[in-house]
Design a protein around this ligand. Structure first.
Ligand SMILES: *Cc1c(COP(=O)(O)O)cnc(C)c1O
Length: 494
């Protein structure tokens, strides 16, 4: 399948080109030329499959040049790294209310679902496109992508990975996970600033022709593991289908019933994958976009204007502390009727004055497909406690944002659809804040906090976190955001 750039000037002949390249040359994002729609027979077959098979079936609709059996083996390997080889178990919380737990992978966040598979997609893609150079994966992270990408790509041949995270914008556990990363091809650097600063710095390096030329002479090409890369997005489409099939199989719904998904949103990658699933024929009623206090998206959905000129809050859900949601560009592109010029000019406006607006027709389409709301800090803490007291279910600081918004949506819409909340991280990744919500106590040491939380809730502490305590901190660099390019060059020369 061909891929087109949202900004129109740099199409990709196939998925391997789009995936290895990451971002189009003019700064646009690659989107599939069409959305393949599943037939009813295919849908029924999907329900009889295990997760790896489901994922491979969905992925192969886009990654047509990838060998099917090979891709299936890669999916089996990737998803074998999850508890029970199931990266997306669905848990029933209450009548018509479910949580899809996407955090049972190697780094305890939903990003593992895509990033355990991305190394294969990149390496195989490089073979298909005849790339001889080494691939340098640059990552801007709000905490979880960085670790998941590092873990997925460590010691991979022909690939190097460099991660930039906001020095004060991630949780203690997230920081420790990244700074203790093993592997001979990895580098981790803290940047003074917030996630948007990291993301902008990385995007600028991608779109800088001279830098790309210089790197090529050194035998290196750039790629991205952020959700700007279609290879990150595609594996995420599969779990929307998988949740649906699981609900059909457990007779919670009938094939064809519409359901709602509620997604804790930052860069708009996860929820966009849900929108793509809907375009592929998944019976979705509404996609519900849940934000924290950085509610730029809530306002966008309310009035059709994206306005990033606002105060930035550091919240207890740091992976959602984002004012420039990159993947919204892909949705806006669809809303515009796939108008590349209009999308490019809106993105130029966003860069220049920090805002752009939809037309009233576009806004109507948006209203039909989405609902959006946000949850502030106090509601976060209160809802974690409430959910634990009422259901004995422990939520992390991101998932709770979606749960709170889900409750509001269910009350307001009086929907009788099944509602699935996407759970994006283990509560232990954000131990101190979850502990504070449950007990009212503040604990600086994340490991003491974890064992206290465990005593109070009996929720098991993931092995991956316990192991961190003994690991050596390997990365110490803290740089200014103007120094990111230099840091990349130094790493390449090493
Ligand atoms: C990345 C992340 C999000 C936001 O997902 P997007 O795809 O960026 O919208 C939410 N929760 C957690 C725990 C995350 O790591």
């Amino acid at each position: 399948m061909k891929f087109i750039s949202t900004r129109g000037k740099a199409d990709a002949p196939n998925s391997s080109y789009a995936i290895t390249k990451g971002l189009a040359d003019e700064g646009g994002l690659f989107v599939p030329e069409t959305f393949p729609v599943l037939t009813e027979t295919e849908f029924k077959q999907l329900c009889d499959m295990n997760y790896a098979e489901r994922a491979c079936t969905i992925l192969h609709k886009y990654l047509e040049e990838y060998d099917f059996d090979n891709l299936l083996t890669a999916c089996e390997n990737a998803y074998g790294k999850f508890e029970n080889s199931d990266p997306a178990p669905v848990v029933k919380i209450d009548e018509n209310l479910f949580v899809m737990e996407l955090f049972h992978g190697p780094t305890l966040a939903f990003k593992d679902v895509a990033l355990t598979l991305l190394p294969y997609l990149l390496k195989q893609g490089a073979l298909y496109t005849g790339i001889k150079e080494d691939i340098l994966v640059l990552v801007a992270t709000s905490g979880d992508t960085g670790k998941a990408a590092l873990e997925g790509l460590k010691d991979a041949d022909g690939v190097k990975i460099m991660v930039f995270y906001p020095s004060e914008g991630v949780s203690d556990m997230q920081k420790l996970q990244m700074r203790t990363q093993e592997g001979r091809n990895v580098n981790v650097v803290a940047v003074k600033g917030n996630f948007d600063d990291c993301q902008t710095a990385v995007k600028n390096i991608f779109s800088d022709k001279n830098t790309n030329q210089l790197l090529k002479e050194k035998g290196v090409i750039l790629s991205s593991a952020n959700s700007m890369n279609f290879g990150r997005l595609a594996p995420q489409i599969a779990y929307y289908f998988s949740a649906y099939c699981d609900l059909v199989n457990s007779e919670q719904i009938k094939l064809g019933d519409k359901i709602d998904f509620v997604v804790p949103t930052g860069n708009f990658g996860n929820i966009l994958a849900g929108y793509y699933a809907k375009r592929m024929g998944l019976p979705v009623n509404k996609l519900i976009c849940a934000s924290n206090s950085n509610n730029v998206l809530t306002e966008f959905f309310a009035d059709g204007t994206y306005d990033a000129n606002r105060e930035f809050f550091k919240t207890v859900s740091p992976s959602m502390d984002i004012l420039i949601s990159s993947n919204l560009e892909r949705l806006v592109f669809e809303l515009s009727g796939r108008n590349c010029e209009l999308t490019a000019s809106r993105m130029a406006e966003l860069k220049k004055v920090g805002k752009y607006s939809l037309s009233s027709e576009e806004k109507k389409v948006l209203d039909k497909e989405f609902f959006a709301d946000y949850c502030d800090e106090e509601e976060c803490f209160d809802t974690i406690l409430e959910m634990f007291e009422e259901y004995g279910y422990l939520l992390d600081t991101h998932t709770v944002v979606a749960m709170k918004v889900a409750q509001g949506y269910i009350d307001y819409s009086e929907t009788d659809c099944a509602t699935v909340v996407l759970s994006t991280a283990s509560p232990y990744k954000f131990t101190q804040d979850v502990l504070k919500a449950i007990s009212g106590k503040t604990q600086k040491d994340p490991f003491i906090a974890a064992s206290t939380l465990n005593e109070l809730t009996a929720a098991p502490i993931p092995e991956q976190l316990l192991g961190l305590k003994k690991k050596e901190v390997r990365f110490h660099d803290v740089i200014e955001r103007t120094e990111t390019l230099d840091a990349v060059m130094q790493f390449v020369e090493k």
